[in-house]
Design a protein around this ligand. Structure first.
Ligand code: FES
Length: 623
């Protein structure tokens, strides 16, 4: 700030936070400095309109971009884009209900792995013989020897442990508990604390972050929590985050701080919920796509942004949690599940750990439908993986009324005889539409004839008589509101009604085409037909209630028998839980990461052609 730069007060409601900022700072950056995250799917370049706020007092003239993207009614009301509008006077800013700031429920359930409790992280009680005069006695070596006697080899230790040992040994009359993880002595605690051992698993999604607290002594999940990834303020997908890092000095540090702060917040909430100290948590297992893993470990991922798309590490990475700034026990360890390829990350490795695709005689397909779609197809003979830039549509980003699968999200929509019925998560009043609701809407309108196979919203004149009566209301609404489908019965006045626009449908088409084209290329590479796939596993935090017939009608996967499709929820989080609880699962994850083959889609000669082909929807007869 220069000496003459003016300062203005800006107050944000309903967050009830205020601060003084230099003239010219954008409303979005001012909010961020106060810890308020405004959704910003386009990372602030001014194209998504997700950062709309209402400036009640002190609104300045709209910029050219705001004039283009906001209608006159909004502009008159003081609606502005937080990324474009800058502070030039004292202001009062109203932020629309924002699931990033509000408490939310993100899907944390998933297919559960059947693993026996045999964790790498362990506590072993030792009763060590006290020192005797004249004996050659070293505290540390005595402990290592006692562990060896019980069958535990120690190949390394934390330096702090060495300092703590003398006091720990003598406090409880030479009874101590050793904490070890993969042959490393992490800590020595006085007395018998073997029943107090916790671990945390985190699925770091591009859009959402989910966490579980596990009592490692019993294997029970004792608390679950989740939140939106605050990095979303700097772009909705991994490519925007990479560009943010490349274009902004300190960008990596900023994104890293955001995720570490969030992880620490989740850990504190989990610990508070069950009344434990965070120091009782000794291990954290991280599952995330390759970019998210790099950022969480504060490792520069910028070379992933351009050819030949090089990641810095595959992993697994096993580091002191303290060095990452993660607030568990100061001797605790963080384990990042190995990535498979440049954009195929530890999250899908985690999914594969509990699916056993690599052990099956028949071909199986697994898709993690995150913002970055990750696809694996194969059998015990050969496993192939690829990533596909699906974008964040499944998680509600870049969709006019899109939102994550959280309270108030429309997750189920049925269109029958011109009547629209819907259900929201938690039975709350509707505030937006999550991935499963969007799929329902698109499929419902496809079936009813409101959208054609190319994804075009039809005019009333183009509808067949069969549909004209039933869809009358919807189509009339469409005519009134321009090229949009209004979901009748949702919202109130036309201006606040929840709608699906032509652009929203295009976003869904882009997301589904990316996945479908990836699957097609993997099938070709393995020289198999869709009929030869015995099971399709769909993982993702996009909602709970997608129907197999909708997935087929959308054309997301090739036409196969619906009963072969299994929805496995947030399986990345379940896989991470298995890896925390079982050494065998951890070893399997590491083995899978070594034997899987990667196919690069970005430069594949047929990817673009297939992508364009797959933009079309299938019909319900599968054509
Ligand atoms: S228009 Fe502001 S973040 Fe996209």
């Amino acid at each position: 700030m220069t000496k003459d730069q003016k300062q203005y007060r800006i107050e944000f409601m309903p967050a009830n936070k205020a601060g003084h900022f230099s003239e010219g700072i954008t409303v979005r950056d001012a909010a961020l400095e106060l810890g308020i995250i405004i959704e910003s799917d386009c990372a602030g370049i001014g194209s998504c309109t997700k950062c709309k706020v209402e400036i009640k007092e002190g609104a300045n003239s709209p910029t050219r971009i705001e004039e283009q993207l906001l209608n006159s009614r909004e502009l008159t009301k003081g609606v502005r884009l937080a990324c474009q509008s800058s502070v030039t006077m004292d202001s009062l800013c109203l932020i629309r209900s924002n699931p990033i700031a509000d408490g939310e429920k993100i899907m944390t359930d998933g297919l559960q792995a059947q693993v026996s409790l045999n964790p790498d992280i362990q506590k072993i009680m030792l009763q060590v013989a006290p020192a005797k005069l004249g004996e050659k006695y070293f505290d540390f070596e005595k402990i290592v020897e006692a562990l060896k006697h019980l069958g535990y080899e120690i190949a390394g230790y934390n330096f702090q442990t060495l300092k703590d040992i003398p006091v720990a040994l003598r406090r409880e009359n030479y009874c101590v508990t050793a904490v070890i993880d993969q042959e490393r002595l992490l800590a020595v605690e006085p007395g018998d604390t073997t029943q107090i051992l916790f671990g945390v698993v985190i699925d770091i999604g591009t859009t959402t972050v989910a966490a579980k607290l596990v009592n490692v002594a019993t294997g029970d999940v004792v608390a679950v929590n989740s939140a939106a990834n605050p990095q979303a303020a700097h772009g909705a997908d991994v490519v925007s985050r990479l560009h943010y890092i490349i274009q902004h000095p300190g960008g990596l540090k900023r994104l890293n701080s955001l995720i570490i702060k969030l992880i620490n917040g989740l850990i504190i909430n989990l610990a508070d919920e069950v009344g434990i100290e965070t120091s009782e948590i000794y291990k954290i297992v991280l599952a995330g796509n390759t970019v998210m893993q790099h950022i969480a470990l504060n490792i520069d991922p910028r070379h992933l942004a351009q050819k030949p798309y090089t990641a810095t590490f595959q992993g697994p990475a096993r580091v002191d949690a303290k060095s990452l700034g993660i607030s568990i026990n100061s001797s605790g360890v963080a384990y990042a599940i190995p990535n498979l390829a440049c954009f195929v990350g530890g999250d899908i490795t985690s999914v594969l750990t509990i699916l056993d695709l690599d052990k099956q005689r028949h071909y199986q397909l697994a898709i993690d439908m995150g913002t970055n779609g990750e696809i694996v197809l194969g059998s015990r003979d050969r496993l192939l993986c690829c990533s596909s830039p699906a974008g964040p549509a499944w998680e509600g980003a870049c969709i006019t009324w899109g939102m994550r699968a959280t309270y108030g999200a429309i997750e189920r929509v049925e269109i029958k005889n011109g009547e629209v019925s819907f259900r929201t998560i938690g039975g709350e009043p509707p505030v937006g539409i999550c991935g499963s609701g969007l799929i329902d809407i698109v499929c419902g309108f496809l079936r009813a004839g409101g959208i054609d196979k190319s994804g075009r919203i039809l005019n009333l004149a183009q509808l067949t008589n069969e549909y004209k009566n039933g869809l009358g209301d919807l189509i009339i609404d469409k005519v009134k509101e321009g090229n949009k489908l209004r979901i009748t019965g949702i919202g109130g006045e036309s201006e606040s009604a929840i709608t699906v626009s032509q652009n929203d449908i295009r976003e869904i088409q882009l997301a589904k085409a990316a996945i479908a084209a990836g699957v097609k290329l993997l099938l070709e590479e393995l020289e198999i037909s869709p009929d030869e796939i015995s099971s399709v596993y769909l993982a993702g935090a996009f909602g709970n209630h997608i129907l197999a017939k909708d997935v087929l009608e959308l054309g997301l996967i090739p036409q196969i028998a619906p009963e072969k499709i299994k929805f496995i929820g947030n399986a990345a989080l379940s896989g991470a839980e298995a890896i925390l609880k079982s050494r065998e699962a951890r070893i399997r994850a590491e083995q899978i990461s070594q034997k899987i083959e990667h196919m690069e889609m970005a430069d594949h000669p047929r990817f673009q052609d297939y992508f364009v082909d797959e933009m079309h929807f299938s019909t319900n007869d599968g054509k």
